[in-house]
Design a protein around this ligand. Structure first.
Ligand code: PEP
Length: 246
């Protein structure tokens, strides 16, 4: 039995005032039956750690360096995230892949660095619309995941995978429950071939999840919660999505 996980990805949004209100609203809605986390911009980690210190809501970051330390101006190491109590770090988000040219191997190295410091990487995979239209969706996702499985080796069972079709992110056009389940089953099968822990691993769906489509998506057998972008910025919507996963 997998306990669902719902993770808010704030992206590059927020302010100290707005975050305090958002986190206050989420904390006030506890308890949740599912696991809940928020991945916030780096400068807000300290405030977030204080706001969530007392409860069971976890927090994390949206990226990390694959390096432990050194001359990497502007980068942030997993050790630094651990210093702020992060439980999770998103790696390989499609916006990082597209806007920062992050490739499969770098994403896998980041996931490895996260696990080495005790953080759980949330590894994002997903195809573009052109790739789906060309019938390449499964091949693309398998290739992205295979790089991570290869580099994590026997630790692969410790990651969380997020299937996020690029065409569904921030567009208001979610994958249908059947489309999402189909890809999640493919991902589960690939994980089963690689690790004995696959049946216990959480595979999240991300891409225009809203309060009105969350329950049907989360009811699919291989969808174990969600990675939530836009709807995680409004407490009432994020709380409704967390409840839908419970
Ligand atoms: C995301 O950025 O990971 C995401 C899923 O965004 P949205 O929910 O806004 O589509």
């Amino acid at each position: 039995m997998r306990n669902p996980l719902v993770v808010g990805n704030w992206k590059m949004n927020g302010s100290r005032t707005a975050n305090a209100e958002l986190l206050g609203g989420i904390v006030a809605a506890r308890p949740f039956v599912c696991d809940v986390a928020v991945c916030v911009p780096y400068p807000y980690l300290a405030d977030t750690a204080v706001a969530l210190a007392a409860g069971d809501i976890r927090w994390g970051a949206q990226d990390c360096s694959a390096q432990a330390d050194g001359a990497y101006t502007g980068d942030v190491s997993v050790g630094m995230l651990a210093d702020f109590g992060c439980r999770y770090v998103i790696v390989g988000h499609s916006e990082r892949r597209a806007l920062h040219a992050e490739g499969d191997t770098l994403v896998a190295e980041k996931a490895k660095a996260a696990l080495a410091r005790g953080l759980t990487p949330i590894v994002c995979v997903g195809e573009t619309l052109a790739q789906r239209d060309a019938g390449e969706a499964q091949a693309v996702v398998k290739r992205q995941l295979s790089a991570v499985i290869h580099i994590l080796g026997h630790c692969a069972g410790e990651m969380v995978v997020a299937y996020e079709p690029v065409w569904a992110i921030g567009t208001g056009r979610s994958a249908s429950p059947a489309q999402a389940q189909e890809m999640h089953a493919v991902i589960r099968a690939q994980l089963q071939a690689a690790t004995a822990h696959a049946d216990a691993m959480r595979i999240l769906y991300g891409g225009s999840v809203k309060p009105d489509n969350a329950a049907i998506l989360f009811s699919q057998p291989d969808i174990d919660g969600g990675l939530i972008g836009g709807a995680s910025l409004k407490a009432v919507d994020f709380i409704a999505i967390c409840r839908a996963a419970s």
